[in-house]
Design a protein around this ligand. Sequence first.
Ligand SMILES: [Zn+2]
Length: 424
Amino acid sequence: MELTIHRGTEQIGGTVITVRTPNTCIALDAGTALEGDALEEKQRLSAILGEAADGIFLTHAHPDHAGLLMERNLRSPVYMTEDTQKILLAASLLGNGIPVSRDLVRKLPLGNPIRIGDLSVTAFEVDHSVAGAVAFLVEGGGTRLLYTGDIRMHGIHLARTEELCKAVAGRVDVLLMEGTNMDTQRPDVVKSEGDVHREIAASVTAARGLVLAHCSPQNVDRILGFINAARASGRIFVADVYTAFVLYLLKRRLPDHPALHDPPPYYRTWLNRASAARAGRIWKGDGNFMPLVEHAQVNLQDMLADPGRYVLLFRPSMLHTDFGEKLPEGTTLIYSAWSGYLREEPWKAPWAPVLSQLDAAHIQHIHTSGHISRSDWVSFVDRIGPHMVIPVHTEKPESYAEAFARVHRLADGETFSIPQRNKD
Ligand SMILES: [Zn+2]
């Protein structure tokens, strides 16, 4: 089995990996760089993905792993979990994504290997900041490779990681391991998703006016944290139509939460100006969703008349499109995403007029990383017990050697032949 990391040995995101045997070639992830890709780079990577004729396997729906699928000239079948397919569908209808052609999508089973030429690929659910994320065990030519995709152990679904460890411990030759948080200059990430939910609940309870909640509509665990916080404080959570559509598509896979199954008393939908225009696109695609939205709709006047009753999922563009540049008096913003979007170009501009209206006490930053902490990294690798670890999805590949003895670094584009080991 030959492994090539075309991009990702020294950067976070934009991951493109191929695995080949003499008769088979697959790709693992098809990501665009976090800061976007120039046309030439897109064309170079699309050509590589074109060689992966037997299939492109997606770990999850984030653009830094799936963004190159938006290239229209791709012809390979694309394997993804049902949840990833749904998230990509919602993003294509209501966000910025372009749909992957239905003819190319192949649904991935969880926990059961599928055979692709000389290779067998098994998807294992993992915990990450988007629903539907998986790791891949790739077997063939007498060797086993485990690719983590993006993974963490401080989320709600630790049991998934436990299952993965149980299934593969002691059987992995090469562990292709993400290391987003391997920067030893920064404090180790310790706040759990559960801690984040408790802090959100405390903040919503303490707030008096309207609460604006900002997080990714694809981060369903976090959205549920906000819904529960609203419920506990007697408020109504208001989803924009994008978030409502994601919750609707994934409801069968979510915990048994009454707000997601009944006509929602705590979760209502706001068809704001921007989304009302887009909502027409899903009207045809799913006849059941729109009546649900209309049944449980809230409008801005309701919210402005009694702002202390609501937690509203918020995007900075709404300040202009819906709030007429002025937030209601006493509004609290719970910002639950990476802080760089508030501080750094090109993301900070839309936030500036929002932040300028709120004093420091009314801006709460409550968040944790979607990626494994350094200390959990060590215990995860220890439990898997791989023959070797290869760094990927990291800016600090050199720091892996401080955490694990058998690290083999590759350069982008370098092909590595995975050595066969004597098997039990
Ligand atoms: Zn990533």
